[in-house]
Design a protein around this ligand. Structure first.
Ligand code: DAH
Length: 382
């Protein structure tokens, strides 16, 4: 602001201007200064400063010219100064407005660019989990049993020996307990020290829910019981101290062995496909009589027993059959524990390993992968 500041703070007299002809030159000077200044690049904030410098009410250049040149001017000069000042004001105002519009337009262009949404950009990929294969297989099993009138019940993983063993017709010194060596819980004695704590264990099978269900419901009973079970097994490809079972129980007034095998066959064909065959062999469980072991024709060699490249099928060891699960007609002794009349009711029960069924259906050869939570495995079953 060198030029105007120097001169506009002085009166015309002080500047030595006495003739109207001199006025034009003086204003030209101011104007060319303005023209030079106003063509600089502005952002909004600098534009405001510039505007105030020229148009500010108190100390703007134009106000100063009014105060110091026009007002004290001699009558001969006043006309010329007034006219020149009006011209200058019009020019200054027009130019400043023009700059305002152009700054606004640039700002708008910028903000449009900044806010532009590029619809072609790839979206944010949120990883979505999936059901664990055990859960998926359980749902398949449930759907099959739902379709024939079974419902699902679930029970505690911490059980009493009564439900886990005794009520299932497995007395304390029965040798089958050896097969189900389990985890007992160390419980502190009761606070008054009188009662010995009731022994508790992690259930070794889902069969205790047979008893709990029959205690609560009257026949007809048709339930399946999925859940985790625990055994003191050392981990290897087919053993784990935790695994999953689905128990089944159907009790009514006239359930026969035919209902039993028909139900199992229906399930196995639904689960593995209509091409498989089933068979049962005599077996032993204290809570079923008769007891059987169900087999399915080998899903790997189609039941032929021979491998595709010759030799015996390694999965069924050449037999053409794969052992699936245990089952049987409910032992009348069990009805005694739940106050059902064994003369009036009959039924069947079964207990299958979900892990084992999943391994067979999906060709998995190590049960441990179900518990390792390795995403490379889990992702294979979306
Ligand atoms: N609870 C048995 C086990 O874990 C499986 C079983 C066999 C369950 C026969 C049953 C059954 O209900 O009838 O080895």
């Amino acid at each position: 602001m060198n030029l105007p500041e120097d001169k506009t703070s002085k009166t015309l007299q002080e500047l030595g201007i006495a003739l109207p002809e001199q006025v034009a030159g003086l204003f030209e000077e101011v104007q060319s200064h303005f023209d030079a200044e106003s063509s600089k690049d502005f952002i909004e904030i600098l534009w405001k400063e510039f505007r105030d410098e020229w148009l500010g009410r108190k100390s703007g250049v134009l106000s100063q010219i009014t105060d110091n040149w026009l007002k004290p001017a001699s009558p001969e000069l006043k006309r010329a100064v007034g006219a020149a000042l009006n011209q200058l004001r019009a020019r200054v105002e027009a130019k400043i407005e023009e700059r305002r519009l152009s700054i606004e337009a640039t700002e708008e262009k910028w903000s449009l660019t900044r806010e532009r949404v590029d619809l072609s950009l790839p979206g944010v990929l949120r990883p979505v989990g999936s059901h664990h294969l055990i859960r998926q297989v359980l749902q398949q099993i449930e759907d099959i049993f739902f379709s024939i009138g079974f419902s699902v019940v679930e029970g505690p993983e911490i059980e009493t020996p009564y439900y886990n063993f005794e009520a299932l017709n497995i007395p304390e010194f029965h040798p089958v307990r050896d097969d189900m060596d389990t985890f007992y819980l160390d419980l502190p004695p009761s606070s008054d020290g009188k009662d010995a704590p009731q022994p508790l264990l992690l259930r070794t099978h889902t069969s205790p829910m047979q008893i709990r269900t029959m205690e609560k419901r009257q026949p007809p009973v048709r339930v399946i019981v999925p859940g985790k079970v625990y055994r003191r097994d050392n981990p290897d490809a087919t053993h784990s101290f935790i695994f999953h079972q689905v128990e089944g129980l159907a009790v009514d007034t006239d359930i026969t062995f035919c209902d039993f095998t028909g139900t199992i066959e229906y399930f196995v064909k639904q689960f593995f496909g209509p091409g498989v065959k089933t068979r049962f062999r005599p077996s032993y469980f204290p809570f079923t009589e008769p007891s059987v072991e169900f087999d399915v024709s080998c899903i790997f060699c189609g039941g032929s027993g021979s491998a595709a490249g010759g030799g015996a099928c390694s999965k069924c060891k050449g037999s053409g059959w794969i052992e699936l699960f245990g089952a049987g007609m409910v032992d009348p002794a069990v009805y005694g524990f739940v106050k059902y009349d064994p003369k009036k009711v009959s039924g069947f029960a079964f207990g299958m390993g979900i892990d084992r069924l999943a391994m067979l259906k999906y060709g998995i050869d190590d049960i441990q992968v179900f518990f390792q939570n390795d995403v490379r495995f889990l992702r294979q079953f979306p």
